[in-house]
Every structure is written in C-alpha cells, then in structure tokens.
Design a protein around this ligand. Structure first.
Ligand SMILES: NC(=O)c1ccc[n+]([C@@H]2O[C@H](COP(=O)([O-])OP(=O)(O)OC[C@H]3O[C@@H](n4cnc5c(N)ncnc54)[C@H](OP(=O)(O)O)[C@@H]3O)[C@@H](O)[C@H]2O)c1
Length: 270
C-alpha cells in the first residue's frame, strides 16, 4: 500500500525509534486532517505531529483508525498547551480519546508555561509516562537553561526538544547542548523559517534534480535532526518525504550551515 516507508532513518529513544521524518499538521483543519494524514501514511510517513491546540486530533484519529499500518509502526506526537497546566492528565485523556489511541509515542509541553520551565507540569508528564500513556516525553520551545531546570528538579531529562529550526536558525550551541544532554532535536517550520529561493539552496537543489524544500529536508536528516514538514497537497506530501533520500555532500551541508543567521548574530533562545 505504501510507496515508501519512512520509519528510517530514526533517532533512538529509550522507548524505541523516532522516525526523523514526521508529518506536520498545524493549520490543517480537523476535517482536512483526515485526508491529509491518510495521504501522508500512504506516502510512507510513519510519524505524525499534532497538538491539543491544533484542534485536529479527532480528524487525525480517523485516519489512524482506517490505516493498514500497524500501531507499533506509527509514531504519534501530541502536545500539552501551557495554559492547561493543572489539568494535564485530563488533557492527555482527551487527546487519546480523539486520536483513538491507548498511548501516544511522544507527549510534549508545547511552550514553557508562563514563560518558565514549570517543573510541576513536567512531573505530570513523568507520571503519564510511568503510567504508560506516553511512551516518551519532552518539551517544545524550551531553552537549554529551562531544560536544565527540569533536570535539576526531577532528575528526568526531556527526551525531545521541538524548536523552530531550519538553515537560517541553525544554532550549533543548541544542537550540541541537546546532544550532550541526550535530547533529540526536533525542528519545526522547516520551510517557513527558510527562504526557499535562497541561491545556495537553489543551486544545491539543481545539482540533485530536487527542490529547495527537499534539500532542506535532506539537510535536517544529514544532521540527525527530526523534521516535520506540513502540506495539504498530495504531491508536496510525497515530494517532501522523498527529500530524506537525497545524499548531500559534506561541502553542501557546510554551505547550508553557512546560511545560519543565528550562528552570526547569537542566540535569542536563552
Ligand atoms: N511546537 C511548536 O510550537 C510548533 C510550531 C509550529 C509548527 N509546529 C509543527 O511543525 C510542523 C511544520 O511547521 P509549519 O507547519 O509551521 O511550517 P512548514 O512545514 O515549514 O511549512 C508549511 C508551509 O509550507 C508549504 N509547503 C509545504 N511543502 C512545500 C513545498 N514542497 N514547497 C513549497 N511550499 C511548501 C505549506 O503549504 P501547503 O500546505 O499549501 O502545501 C505551508 O504553507 C507544523 O505543521 C506542526 O506540526 C510546531
């Protein structure tokens, strides 16, 4: 049924593999999410990224219910809205009901609650993981300092930090800081963060008979970053995934790294 299976390449989490390619679903309506997710699964995506605030978990759940892909081969992420601090477990229960799942593969704190690390909220994620409702737990939009606060308070490190990422936002200190802590870097908004007409990207894309969007996907994969491109267009859903198969040379990766504005201007994340 699938044209390709993008379960590989993957990042190793203690709970199992996390495919480096995921399907982003922000700004896909609940209605459209069923068809778009079904397209992505048919195209071989095995990892789906949603969130309570996207209000499309039920639509995604319909696609998950009708796919022929076994549950164990799927990797489903959802996220706790920071303003749901204090009602974490109820929120996760609602997500699971809408998704039609017994557990999610990854549950993230969507943003630092009230701009802070919020170890009390993190403790609730740890409990949900202990209870088997989330195979892995992590954070999103956290700085390294905020992550260290969580680790100091609970001795449990997040397994993933999902952050806005792409060549212009490439920040070696964030990448190495997460790696040192054993945390997977999951990038979001790979295309929105990047000028798809950038001449460096366009010329590398031409060399590979590819699009600059595909080169951006390939750049993430080469670095071992998770990438979760969103599209509602079947041809783009397929093409974006195929970017994972492009073999960039070391020189090409260096040239794309060089597009970073952050490496030159300094981080804004801490
Ligand atoms: N944790 C967070 O705070 C957070 C924040 C933002 C996003 N996210 C997650 O990350 C995912 C990806 O980020 P994103 O949706 O913000 O942005 P994105 O994936 O970088 O870009 C999506 C946009 O690019 C277009 N697009 C898709 N493929 C394309 C291609 N091959 N060529 C040209 N344009 C293309 C899409 O349009 P069409 O749909 O019309 O093709 C859409 O307008 C989200 O869907 C969500 O799951 C997380």
């Amino acid at each position: 049924m699938t044209t390709n299976d993008y379960a590989e390449p993957a990042a190793a989490l203690p709970s199992g593999d996390m495919p480096l390619l995921g399907f982003g679903t922000w700004q896909i309506s609940n209605f459209d999410a069923t068809k778009a997710t079904a397209r992505a699964l048919e195209a071989g995506y095995r990892h789906i990224d949603t969130a309570t605030v996207y209000r499309n978990e039920a639509g995604i759940g319909k696609a998950l219910a009708s796919t022929a892909v076994d549950r164990e081969l799927l990797f489903v992420t959802t996220k706790l809205p920071p303003h749901h601090a204090g009602r974490e477990r109820r929120t996760l229960g609602e997500s699971l009901t809408k998704l039609g799942l017994d557990y999610v593969d990854l549950w993230l704190v969507h943003w630092p609650p009230h701009g802070g690390a919020a170890p009390r909220v993190w403790e609730q994620l740890i409990r949900a993981q202990q209870d088997g409702l989330a195979k892995a737990i992590g954070v999103s939009n956290y700085s390294l300092g905020q992550i260290d606060e969580l680790i100091q308070a609970t001795r449990v490190e997040p397994q993933v930090n999902q952050i806005r990422w792409g060549p212009p936002l490439y920040e070696p200190t964030m990448a190495s800081g997460l790696e040192e802590r054993g945390i997977v870097l999951e990038g979001y908004s790979p295309f929105k963060s990047t000028n798809l007409h950038d001449p460096t990207l366009v010329s590398i894309a031409e060399r590979h008979s590819a699009s600059s969007a595909q080169v951006i996907v390939a750049w993430h994969i080469t670095h071992g970053f998770v990438v979760i491109p969103k599209s509602v267009h079947p041809e783009r859903i397929v093409a974006n995934a195929a970017g994972t198969r492009i073999q960039l040379t070391a020189d090409e990766v260096n040239a794309i790294d060089g597009l970073s504005r952050v490496a030159k201007a300094g981080s804004w994340r801490n």
